[in-house]
Ligand binder design. Structure first.
Ligand SMILES: [Ca+2]
Length: 103
């Protein structure tokens, strides 16, 4: 399973932290792989408001399931305190998590 409920500390390589509320608060999930439909994880669909991406990791977050609809790319070590600023608050339904080696 590529999603675990609850996070602590900061995301490591290959990890993306999702939070239900802005400013990295509320329920949280650690994601370590692609999830094509957030409805497969209890309480996760259309609720995420803030995100942290680990080192050597990129995330693509999508408004719709199966990597459809509006999306944004988040570079390594990105922290988005409020997805309202990216027009994706309480809206994302799938994610791609990609890991790479340092140059
Ligand atoms: Ca939310």
């Amino acid at each position: 399973m590529s999603v675990q409920q609850g996070v602590s500390g900061e995301p490591a390589r290959g990890e993306v932290f999702l939070y239900k509320d802005a400013n990295f608060s509320g329920n949280s999930w650690k994601v370590t792989g692609n999830v094509f439909d957030f409805r497969s994880v209890s309480g996760l669909n259309d609720v995420v408001s803030s995100v942290k991406v680990g080192p050597n990791t990129k995330a693509f977050i999508f408004k719709d399931d199966r990597f459809n609809g509006d999306f944004i790319r988040l570079e390594q070590n990105t922290q988005v305190t409020d997805l309202t600023t990216r027009n994706l608050n309480d809206a994302i339904s799938s994610i791609i998590v990609a890991t790479f080696d340092s140059a």
